[in-house]
Design a protein around this ligand. Structure first.
Ligand code: NZQ
Ligand code: ZN
Length: 384
């Protein structure tokens, strides 16, 4: 097991009827900017619950944060933060609203061009405190210190991380997810699956407890995810899927493990260039990254074939690894998520050329062994 450090500074408030708790978690002397997306919170009653709970607070609103939150939009919120002397941010909505709010928190205090936070990894020295009421189980953003921001003008999408943007608290009321379109529920299941796999399916460094946690999460997600799709108002299943998503990227499960994240980095480019959803991009790329890097991931994929997919443990590891790749693809397809670029109207040769060239220009190498360079990315995408 590799050395690790761990900190989980976010207070989680989880369960039915918890939105009203926001009132007690934000001091009354704070001037709050409440951020949200394109209006789902108005339709499903979340907006009303939040406004009622904060009726004695000083709240300014900023709506219109898009899926794959855009730098251009977020900078408008930064202006409001500065002009209105905002000193607390409350994100209400999905991962995009929360990620965008993390960026607003950092950019509002940043000296210089805030795009440098994304393109150059410039150090964040200060940020406005933030919290959230999260309504979509997918990103794990509610318990982590990462965010992914897109820029319209250049069709780019980059992540950033800083301990200063951990939410102070996150309220998770699974009943808010009853209103999710099926497509978003599926995206969330795929995202959670792939987060777990980017941490699990890597080279072996003797982390049996972490491996069991991650395989346990996948088992739970597959069972509870199917229940949610069958009955969207099944509270217990919605709660279990949400908890899987939060744990899928709160850094806890993979302490001391080696991590991959190449599927995400290639997926971000597909979203930036062709506009497909994050979950869609992952379902296309993951099986092909695994095929390409099967030798590095063989032991973990083989173990998963036995423990998750019930394969015979005496089969050769190579065959077991193939079973996991095939069954994972089948699982995505069984919940309605297509797994080929052509399914989304994307020409694979175009994607392979553009994305490998971007990585070549940036000098990007990916994967747990840093052995996925532009040529491998080209190869992977040509097979998507
Ligand atoms: O914008 P509104 O009107 O709120 O509608 C949203 C949006 O259209 C809707 N929605 C959210 N909650 C709803 C709801 N509709 C009905 N009922 C509800 N309860 O769903 C649509 C998608 O929302 P979005 O926030 O974009 O989805 P998600 O949570 O999947 O976030 C995706 C973004 O997160 C980034 C992705 O790259 C992408 O930009 N990620 C962030 C990560 C992190 N912070 O750690 C890690 C992930 O790997 C991921 O990259
Ligand atoms: Zn993701």
């Amino acid at each position: 097991m590799n050395n690790f450090e761990f900190m989980a500074p976010t207070k989680l408030i989880f369960g039915k009827d918890t939105i009203k708790r926001v009132k007690d978690e934000i001091p009354k002397d704070k001037k709050i900017l409440m951020t949200y997306g394109g209006g789902s919170i108005r339709k499903n009653g979340v907006y009303k619950q939040v406004m009622e709970a904060l009726s004695e607070h000083n709240v300014v609103e900023f709506g219109g944060i898009e899926p794959n939150p855009k730098y251009e939009t977020l900078m408008k919120a930064v202006e409001i933060v500065k002009n209105e002397n905002i000193d607390f941010l409350l994100a209400v909505g999905g991962g995009s609203t929360l990620d965008g709010t993390k960026f607003i928190a950092a950019a509002s205090k940043f000296e210089g061009d805030p795009w440098d936070i994304l393109i150059k990894g410039a150090e964040i020295k200060d940020a406005i405190p933030l919290a959230d009421i999260i309504t979509l189980p997918a990103t794990g953003s509610e318990m982590n210190c990462g965010a992914v921001i897109s820029r319209l003008s250049t069709n780019e999408k980059f992540p950033f991380m800083s301990p200063l943007v951990y939410p102070k608290f996150s309220i998770i009321d699974p009943t808010t997810t009853y209103s999710l379109p099926e497509k978003q529920t599926v995206n969330g299941i795929v995202d959670t699956y792939v987060h777990t796999m980017e941490q699990y399916a890597t080279c072996e460094v003797n982390t049996p407890l972490q491996d069991e946690w991650m395989l346990g999460l996948i088992k739970t997600l597959m069972v509870e995810g199917k229940k949610v799709l069958k009955n969207p108002n099944d509270y217990e299943a919605r709660a279990n899927v949400f908890w899987c998503a939060t744990c899928g990227l709160n850094y806890w499960m993979s302490l001391g493990c080696v991590q991959d994240w190449s599927t995400h980095m290639i997926g971000h480019e597909l979203t930036a260039l062709y506009g497909i959803d994050h979950g869609e991009s992952l379902a296309v790329v993951l099986p092909r990254v695994w095929k390409n890097r099967k030798c590095d991931k063989m032991r973990k994929l083989a173990k998963m074939a036995v423990e998750i997919f019930g394969a015979n443990e005496f089969l050769p590891k190579n065959i077991l690894a193939d079973i996991t790749i095939k069954k994972t693809k089948k699982f995505f397809e069984s919940i309605g998520r297509r797994t080929k670029l052509a399914d989304y109207g994307i020409d694979r040769a175009d994607a392979a050329k553009k994305i490998s060239e971007r990585f070549r220009q940036r000098g990007t190498v990916l994967g747990e062994k840093c052995n996925i360079g532009p040529d491998e990315v080209y190869e992977i995408l040509m097979h998507c």
